[in-house]
Design a protein around this ligand. Structure first.
Ligand code: H79
Length: 436
């Protein structure tokens, strides 16, 4: 039985319009965290903080007036949007999500509704427009990250405890809605919005606000794509409403972790994971030696695992205050781009859940464009035998590894054992499976 909700899911089931199909086929996106926090890079008054650089103002307890004055230092004169887009394209990214406003409240676009924006920095120019134009020109879809939580705005509230809070928060809601409509109007290329900072009681008590924002954005562009993190329902239930139905257009809860390899429930909905390269740094942090930094192969495995479960993957970059990327990010991009240029058309773009029993050597992907099935190997067994188990009624016909067909031995009930060649690539590699 379901309860009646005013602010629950606006529809049920996966969207099948062209825009949503494109988002799904894209699979691999670049996340960009860029703001005033990119200037201090995790360091304040000679102390380097281990925490996430974009949260520095909060945990180092820096007064608003001090933090906000970073605005007068924001001058990314090495920013080259065309170069950024070129790098993103070479890395294999099909879409990008950029922080138009993070929790600090600073806006990367000239906004009519605040002075705390790019217009009032030494840079002055409309940086977001340069960005949108360059990425669009490169054929990369642009999405906007927008934080509901706002440490700068006087009407932001963490909770609503009285009439005055309620009034202030209603003003904040109007401000946010105005900014979002402004973004949509100024940058009509934008394909969707990625909301964050929606965990506080004030937002959960106002499911109507989250519903109204989604509705307002869809009135302007019926095919706009909105993440589930925006939403709360009548009872403060987030992402999924009190009847268990997904709100927003896709589930965006997987932050810095992924579903389990055998999670079949997640394959029934659209979803997207977002991931940092270090353990937990989104904005630029000067010292990446403070935590584990993922290698290109680790990141590739996370990407393939996500696709194998029917999800999208956003890989985060935190450019510096001057508009350049750190070398580690450029190197990772290079490695990922090399791999993608060989394999992405087969197992990333249009990749989806294959509905085959998971194995230890890696992941299965079904390509919804070609209809082909693939295995992607990350853990090479010392035996050089890969096990494949097919559902009842299915038989293995051929296994194609690059140009050669692989030998396989059928072992009743135990599945098929595929013999790999003596020399396998020195990187994660794929093979195609033909069944009958
Ligand atoms: O933008 C990146 C992060 O800055 C942001 N989301 C990604 C994409 C993010 N930051 N924190 N979180 C997401 C989760 C926040 C958790 C906490 Fe808290 C905030 C833990 C402590 C402060 C909220 C408030 C939960 C407990 C207290």
């Amino acid at each position: 039985d379901s309860i009646t909700l005013k602010y629950g899911a606006q529809y049920i089931g996966k969207r099948q319009d062209a825009e949503m199909k494109k988002f799904r086929a894209n699979r691999l996106g670049q996340f960009i965290h860029w703001g005033l926090y990119s200037i201090p890079g995790g360091e304040w008054n000679g102390t380097t903080y281990l925490g996430a650089a974009e949260w520095l103002a909060n945990f180092a307890k820096i007064p608003n007036a001090t933090w906000d004055s970073l605005q007068y230092q924001f001058n990314p004169n090495k920013f080259n949007a065309v170069q950024w887009a070129k790098m993103a394209k070479a890395s294999g990214f099909k879409y990008v999500t950029i922080t138009t406003k993070h929790h600090e409240g600073f806006c990367l676009w000239p906004s009519e509704f605040t002075e705390f924006d790019i217009e009032n920095t030494p840079y002055k120019k409309d940086l977001l427009k340069e960005f949108v134009d360059a990425y669009t020109e490169a054929g990369i879809d642009v999405y906007f990250y927008y934080s509901i939580l706002d440490w700068h705005h006087k009407d932001w509230r963490y909770d609503i405890k009285n009439q005055a809070d309620s009034l202030a928060f209603s003003k904040y809601f109007e401000f946010a809605k105005n900014q979002l409509l402004e973004l949509q109007q100024k940058y009509p290329e934008v394909k969707g919005f990625w909301f964050d900072g929606t965990w506080d009681a004030s937002w959960k008590k106002n499911g109507k606000y989250s519903y109204d924002i989604q509705k307002a954005l869809k009135e302007v562009n019926p095919n706009v794509i909105v993440n589930s993190r925006l939403r709360a329902d009548d009872f403060g239930s987030r992402h999924f409403d009190s009847n268990g139905n997904l709100m927003g257009d896709y589930q965006s809860g997987y932050e810095r972790y992924l579903p389990a390899k055998n999670d079949t429930l997640i394959t029934k909905i659209d979803w997207e994971a977002c991931m940092t390269i270090p353990v937990n740094q989104w904005g630029y942090h000067k010292d990446w030696s403070l935590s584990h930094v993922k290698s290109a192969n680790e990141i590739l495995e996370l990407i393939v695992k996500t696709v194998s479960l029917g999800g999208n993957f956003l890989l985060n970059y935190g450019p510096k205050g001057d508009g350049t990327f750190r070398n580690e990010e450029l190197e990772i991009s290079n490695s990922i781009g090399n791999w993608m240029s060989k394999y992405a058309d087969k197992v990333i773009y249009y990749g989806d859940y294959a509905n085959l029993k998971p194995q230890d050597w890696g992941y299965y992907v079904k390509n919804t464009n070609s209809g082909k099935f693939y295995g992607v190997v990350f853990n090479l067994p010392l035996s050089k035998l890969l096990k494949i188990e097919l559902p009842n009624g299915k038989k293995l016909k051929v296994v194609n590894f690059e140009t050669e067909k692989l030998e396989y031995h059928h072992h009743d009930k135990m599945g098929y054992f595929i013999s790999l060649p003596e020399n396998t690539p020195n990187e994660p590699f794929i093979f195609e499976i033909l069944m009958e």
